[in-house]
Write a protein of this length. Structure first.
Length: 290
């Protein structure tokens, strides 16, 4: 059996589908010895623009649980799971890695308790999965991730100035619906932000993590990635690696071509994916170690 990569696409939680990661998923599967699961999740604009951010997180949690329960049918090893994602997908991969124990059967919107995964193993409650550390992963690769949704809301994420709403053809709104906003209920935004949920290493040791970002990324800047890594180190997590893609902007892992960003998969993604494979091969196959 092979280690399993569970991949989450980007798009500001508002646009795209797993197809934007098809080429990256295929590259990892064909250039390495890994089973790759490329995941869809509900977007904020889905179901008549009613999906809430906690439900997106719950879809990501449910996807990992489903993969662990079924991946042996595809020659994957459920005891060797890697989560990865870019941009919004990097947020989801981070929240799985840091907050996979924050599960609850209580309604999130009653008060921001924990998350109820969209899929649970038969006969298991969210609390039982948390007690078993059922969402534990063995490595994480975070590409130009978002870690602070409270900060994003303060910066106008929920307003028309965020062009992703236009691309998603949806009316701007609060990510938890119209009744909740970051000024009156910041606790909801904190709960879905990895930045405010970093466990102390002695309570919850995180797996090895690789962070990648484009040198020219002005959406999730190198400085923002490094700041998050420093917070992790301050909590005692030191098995961290950082790689900066020189001269590249945001979204360098996307399939196809993006003329606006002047990137293409063939030109820009392989160097980053090779760094990821080197990181994983060292962990899971002992390659490259002295």
């Amino acid at each position: 059996s092979y280690p399993v990569i569970v991949m989450f696409h980007g798009g500001g939680w508002l646009i795209n589908s797993k197809s934007i990661m098809n080429e990256a998923a295929a590259y990892l599967a064909t250039h390495g010895e890994y089973v790759v699961c490329n995941v869809n999740y509900r977007l904020l604009v889905d179901l008549g623009n009613t999906v809430r951010m906690n439900e997106i997180v719950e879809d990501a949690f449910g996807a990992v649980l489903w993969v662990k329960a079924h991946i042996d049918q595809y020659k994957g090893d459920p005891a060797r799971v890697i989560v990865t994602g870019d941009s919004a997908g990097g947020h989801l991969a981070s929240i799985i890695t840091l907050q996979g124990r924050q599960l609850s059967s209580k309604r999130f919107m009653g008060a921001p308790h924990g998350f109820q995964p969209s899929w649970l193993p038969a006969g298991k409650t969210a609390e039982e999965v948390a007690a078993e550390d059922g969402l534990a992963v063995q490595a994480a690769i975070i590409s130009y991730g978002a870690f602070d949704l409270y900060g994003s809301a303060m910066a106008g994420f929920e307003e028309a100035s965020n062009f992703f709403w236009v691309i998603g053809n949806a009316q701007p709104r609060g990510i938890f619906g119209e009744q909740i906003n970051h000024e009156d209920h910041p606790e909801y935004y904190y709960k879905v932000s990895p930045k405010y949920n970093i466990p102390q290493a002695e309570q919850h040791a995180l797996p090895p993590m690789l962070f990648t970002v484009g040198e020219k990324d002005d959406l999730t800047t190198p400085a923002s990635i490094q700041e998050f890594m420093e917070l992790l180190k301050a909590a005692g997590h030191n098995d961290l690696e950082y790689w900066e893609h020189q001269g590249r902007p945001h979204a360098f892992l996307d399939s196809g071509k993006n003329d606006f960003l002047q990137i293409s998969f063939a030109k820009d993604a392989p160097p980053a994916l090779d760094v990821m494979l080197d990181f994983l091969d060292k962990l899971f196959y002992g390659k490259g170690q002295k």
